[in-house]
Design a binder for this molecule. Structure first.
Ligand SMILES: Cc1ncc(COP(=O)(O)O)c(C=O)c1O
Length: 428
């Protein structure tokens, strides 16, 4: 089954074919971008690794620490109640951001990795047994691979992988065949952090459900960039990181359907996640607090709520349109201006998020990144936590430029100029 542009995210974003905001204006909200690095204007092209934070998020964190820093769900005093109210308001904001039917289905975590581990430890250890299959894909980030490896090794289960085409598109025809194994779970990334591929979550979820499997979507690279509606997607678990969507480091969330969360045993245990404790047994709290053992990252989660509001104010359709335009520009200008550059992933911008991996002939990507840094341009180089994907594509490493709401065409022009310097320095 081929993936057409109709099945891509842009099919729902046609109402806003052009960006509805000016990235040059948005950029002013991000104080870190207003500086020189090595004598050049700072060009940050590593947003897939972590995004920068707008002033409103920084201010919300500072406000919490300056005015009402206190633990939550405990203090019977004014600032304790303020902290609890702000923390729960953040949960409601994050829930609205992905259109969760109920904000109690949002569990705050440190990041997407912890959200996926929560599912593998809690749901996985109760539901995966000998011979049970879990279907993943060849393009998974290690965060959505290693937890499942550990689980099936422990339970004597089985991992299967949906292969990709050479241009980084999932082979849904093979997926259909794998579903005959009646897997218990299908877990895949919404947007590839390395190739940018936007996977057709709804179709894949329908296929998986028809075969009796639950679906976990790794939304780490999607939540910052495309409109997310978990009800429309139909999946069972949606894991994402706050720090990639303009929120503080150490913030993230898991969304799961209420009945699943209620049926799952706790992952971490201790204070906060209990209702009653006796010496030899305990009763657990209701969801989501059952999964939030110990003191949570209150300030970070409040910041995540503000980041979600900031993105919703920009409009996620507009965010997607802006990134698509940048990808289109990058895919056009890089091969024209930089001789010999190799680009990877789907060449159709409607199937691709704001991630552009590349290599220059005869220059190691680490050298590319180092020389670019001399010109103030920050890109990532390496395997981007997708070693199996690099193996599949027969690549030792790649360099990667990635965008966010504050990225501009000027950033891509600076990348092009920097790459020409790399070629001059290495005489290639
Ligand atoms: C697709 C994908 N999944 C999961 C993760 C893990 O995110 P975190 O490090 O925030 O847990 C990343 C991080 O780059 C990612 O790109």
């Amino acid at each position: 089954m081929a993936i057409t542009s109709e099945s891509s995210v842009d099919a729902v974003a046609v109402a806003h074919p052009r960006p509805a905001f000016d990235p040059a204006v948005v950029r002013r909200d991000f104080p870190i971008l207003d500086q020189e690095i090595n004598g050049h204007p700072f060009v940050y092209l590593d947003s897939a690794s972590s995004s920068q934070k707008p002033q409103v998020v920084i201010d919300a964190m500072a406000d919490y620490y300056c005015r009402y820093n206190a633990n939550v769900h405990r203090g019977i005093y004014t600032i304790g109640e303020q902290a609890t109210a702000a923390y729960e308001q953040a949960r409601a904001r994050v829930g609205r951001f992905i259109n969760a039917p109920d904000s109690h289905e949002i569990v705050f975590t440190r990041n997407a990795t912890e959200a996926i581990n929560l599912v593998s430890y809690s749901w996985g250890r109760r539901n995966i047994g000998r011979g049970d299959a879990i279907v993943l894909t060849e393009m998974e980030h290690h965060a959505n691979l290693v937890p499942w490896q550990i689980l099936v090794q422990e339970k004597d289960g089985d991992l299967e992988f949906i292969p990709i085409t050479d241009d980084g598109i999932l082979r849904l025809d093979v997926f259909e065949v794998l579903l005959r194994l009646r897997p218990k779970l299908v877990a895949f990334t919404h947007v590839s952090n390395t190739l940018g591929t936007i996977n057709p979550v709804r179709e894949m979820t329908e296929m998986a459900h028809a075969a009796g499997a639950l679906v976990l979507v790794d939304g780490a690279q999607a939540a910052p960039h495309v409109p997310i509606d978990v009800q429309e997607l139909g999946c069972d678990f949606y894991a994402f990181s706050g720090h990639k969507m303009l929120a503080p480091m150490g913030s993230g969330a898991l969304w799961a359907r209420r009945e699943l969360l209620e049926s799952m045993p706790p992952f971490l245990s201790g204070g906060e996640m209990i209702r009653e404790v006796h010496l030899r047994r305990s009763d657990f709290n209701e969801i989501p607090w059952k999964f939030e053992a110990g003191t949570p990252a209150v300030g970070d989660s409040i910041g995540m709520g503000v980041a979600a509001e900031y993105l919703m104010d920009l409009g996620m359709d507009a965010v997607r349109a802006h990134e698509r335009e940048l990808v289109e520009y990058a895919l056009d200008v890089l091969p024209r201006e930089v001789p010999g550059i190799a680009l990877y992933g789907p060449m159709d911008p409607s199937l691709r998020g704001g991630v552009v991996p590349f290599n220059l002939p005869d220059v190691h990507p680490h050298d590319v990144a180092q020389v670019l840094d001399r010109f103030g341009v920050a890109v990532r180089a390496g395997h981007h936590c997708t070693m199996p994907l690099h193996e599949r594509l027969d690549l030792a490493a790649t360099a990667r430029a990635s965008f966010n709401v504050y990225s501009t065409r000027g950033d891509i022009d600076a990348l092009v100029a920097g790459l020409k310097e790399v070629q001059r320095v290495f005489d290639v």
